[in-house]
Design a binder for this molecule. Structure first.
Ligand code: IVH
Length: 681
């Protein structure tokens, strides 16, 4: 094996053994116990040291060396592996009645009244056989047809959750461990994102991704894939006795450093089986790996033996399947839905199909890129997936079932709701309607936003009322709010004379506003309060903002190309201009701002916190402070420039005092607003 002619010093040999042992231990802490002791960088340092030693003295390389986990040369094909003990499959049941039948068969077969089962999650990955000889992993094999599998040793060695050497007491001379290799949900999402970024194959689900990753001829690819494993059984055992129950066997495996799930539980009788099923089903989506059901196994090995097998499945175990999360159906049409921010989402209208326990008729196709990538067309047979409360999605289209003449889908260039131009900003996946206030699909949300406290602050105009008014055709845009009359409003559901009168008064009051509030109220994409304020102080008047070019807009603090594009697109829609004119005609007004250079804003960059009850409304004070360049924040930190405290101020005042931050009363606030910053310390 050694090609080296260097003699191996004893101290290096010892150091290599030490490093191997430590690395294997830390690997176990990290992957099996999920409880690392040392930082990743320290692990990497030790690994590099061992790699260095092995490069120098190749005879140091051993099968259980952690350096073997990084993957090596590609194979040209997988070798076959004959399973010494066949790898069986499981019978399935889909209902409680079927489970009752299974339990009855077991009880009758054993002639007992009640059976103790071990209930385990049925992991949705692929079965693996790991052979350990004298505690060292010597072979990993897939299940294949149950009799013959593929040798994937080079790949399983790259999986951190699989120990290269067993630890602990009473390790059998030969031990074949069986379990499931899977890809955690998070790792799956990240892998697919990486694949998309690299224009590589995207996997349909974590199981496919796990199988594809394990069956790589080049193990250095497998090494980059986030695979993990849980052990759930044994095959060959030589040179040691196994425990009397399945549960105790799993604990034995755990004690040898193998990864065993914490979910399995002993349950007696069908009722307890069902209770276990229900509780795991309820947690299905919260688990970080996919499961497709529960496996019930007769716990006692002697009882397992007595029951034996039928064809290729044990009589002593059964899988109780969860409702499937993926089904096949046909796409009847593809519609475009316009969301509240104007985002266009292609939605597939489907031939109704039961998925995950509910009937699904619509599924999202996400966006233009996704639809193109999956190439879903009207008439296609597709796989629909519905996991938990997530919106059902089309996973893939089955191309072999496609009818001739099916045409590729194209996202429209005009909004299907209002005919406005559809814009897709470079680098963004989502295409949007630029109709803003005018688009009916966006109208309700934009009106709610317009009325909100930090925008036009229309007291008494709640979300429900906005929806009712739009549905009743009483308002079409935000400007229509100002022509609502008391008697019209009083006739609405849950409204009376008094609340209608109050609302009209609030509408009247809201007409007197500020330029930053008005800009914010328009609901231009990505123009939040801070940007609205920057725009107002930079340009001074609405007219100037509307006339500004993208380049001029980009001169404003915090306005980048995306925001500038959004503003220009908004201004270019004639109906947006109409709504603004209508608002002004209705009496909405504000004082233009005398523009000053940012450097002249006396409170620029200062963070100020308001607390306690102040005589002037908070929002009014906030507007004034912001106009002077201050940032009004809600929590006190070391960076806070001052705290304005009214009556009955509590914890924020106390914190300011603790931190030695200046505290101002309302008289001092007046001075501050007049530009006197000497009070800030
Ligand atoms: S036991 C003799 N336990 O399900 C029993 N299998 O449908 C053989 N699986 O090929 C398997 N989780 O890939 C067992 N907790 C679990 C399992 C499990 C998932 C898979 C395994 C097997 C398939 C059979």
């Amino acid at each position: 094996m050694s090609t080296s002619n260097k003699t191996l010093p004893a101290k290096d040999k010892q150091r290599a053994a030490e490093l191997r042992e430590q690395l294997n231990y830390h690997n176990y802490r990290y992957y099996v116990l999920d409880d690392p002791e040392i930082p990743d960088a320290e692990y990497d340092r030790m690994l590099r040291e061992l790699q260095g030693l092995e490069e120098h003295y190749p005879e140091l390389r051993s099968a259980d060396s952690p350096t073997q986990r990084v993957g090596g040369e590609a194979l040209s094909a997988f070798a076959e592996v004959q399973h010494e003990v066949p790898m069986l499959s499981l019978g399935n049941v889909f209902s409680e009645e079927e489970l009752v039948d299974f339990d009855r068969r077991c009880r009758e077969g054993l002639d007992v009244d009640e059976i103790e089962y071990l209930a385990e999650p049925k992991l949705d990955g692929l079965a693996i056989s790991l052979l350990y000889e004298d505690g060292v992993l010597v072979r990993g094999a897939t299940r294949g047809d149950g009799a013959t599998g593929e040798d994937v040793t080079h790949n399983v060695k790259t999986i951190g959750a699989i120990p290269l050497r067993l630890t602990g007491k009473g390790i059998p001379k030969r031990l074949e461990v069986r379990g499931e290799i899977y890809m955690p949900k998070k790792g799956f999402e990240e892998l697919n994102q990486r694949q998309r970024d690299n224009h590589a194959k995207v996997f349909a689900n974590p199981r496919n991704a796990a199988a594809g990753s394990l069956r790589q001829l080049d193990s250095s690819i497998t090494a980059t894939r986030p695979l993990s494993m849980y052990c759930y059984g044994v095959g060959v055992v030589e040179g040691a006795r196994l425990a009397k129950t399945h549960q105790a066997t799993l604990e034995q495996l755990r004690s040898w450093g193998l990864r065993v799930s914490n979910e399995p539980a002993v349950v007696k009788g069908v009722k307890a089986c069902e209770a276990y099923y229900e509780q795991l089903l309820a947690r299905r989506d919260a688990l970080d790996y996919e499961i497709d059901g529960i496996v019930y196994k007769v716990n006692r090995h002697d009882q397992q033996q007595a029951l034996g097998f039928v064809s290729r499945a044990p009589r002593w175990a059964i899988a109780r399947k969860f409702p499937a999360q993926e089904e096949m159906t046909r796409v009847l049409a593809i519609d475009i839905q316009v969301g509240r921010t104007g985002a266009l989402t292609p939605v597939a209208r489907l031939e109704p199909v039961a998925v995950g326990g509910v009937i699904v008729t619509n599924a999202t196709l996400h966006n233009e890129d996704e639809i193109r990538r999956k190439d879903v067309r009207v008439g296609d047979t597709v796989i629909v997936r519905r996991a938990g409360d997530v919106i059902p999605e089309v996973v893939s289209s089955i191309k072999s079932k496609r009818k001739k003449g099916a045409r590729q889908f194209k996202v429209p260039t005009k909004c299907p709701e209002c005919g406005s131009e559809v814009v897709r900003v470079e680098g963004e996946a989502v295409a949007r309607c630029s109709g803003g206030l005018f688009c009916p699909a966006q109208r309700k949300e934009s009106i709610k936003h317009f009325a909100s406290r930090r925008a036009m602050d229309i007291d008494g105009l709640g979300d429900k009322l906005v929806e009712q008014l739009v549905d009743a055709g009483m308002i079409h845009d935000v400007a229509d709010l100002y022509s609502l009359r008391v008697e019209q409003l009083a006739a609405m559901e849950r409204m009376g004379e008094k609340s209608a009168t109050n609302l009209v008064a609030a509408l009247e009051k809201s007409k007197s506003t500020t330029l930053p509030r008005f800009i914010f109220a328009l609901g231009i994409r990505e123009v939040g309060e801070a940007t609205a304020l920057n725009l107002a102080t930079h340009f001074g008047s609405l007219e100037k903002i509307i006339k500004a070019t993208e380049a001029q807009l980009e001169e404003v603090t915090d306005v980048g190309p995306v925001v500038a594009k959004n503003i220009v697109a908004f201004d270019h829609q004639a109906h947006n201009r109409e709504v603004i004119d209508k608002l002004i005609r209705a009496g909405v007004h504000w004082a233009d701002i005398k523009t000053r250079l940012l450097g002249e804003q006396p409170l620029a960059g200062k963070s100020i916190v308001l607390t306690g009850s102040l005589t002037e409304p908070r929002n009014a004070i906030k507007d004034k402070l912001q106009a002077l360049g201050a940032k009004v924040s809600s929590s006190v930190s070391k960076k806070t420039a001052c705290v304005i405290a009214g009556a009955d101020a509590g914890s924020k005042l106390a914190r300011a005092q603790d931190l030695g931050i200046p505290v101002l009363d309302e008289a001092a606030l007046k001075k501050l607003l007049a530009g006197d910053i000497s009070l800030l310390g």
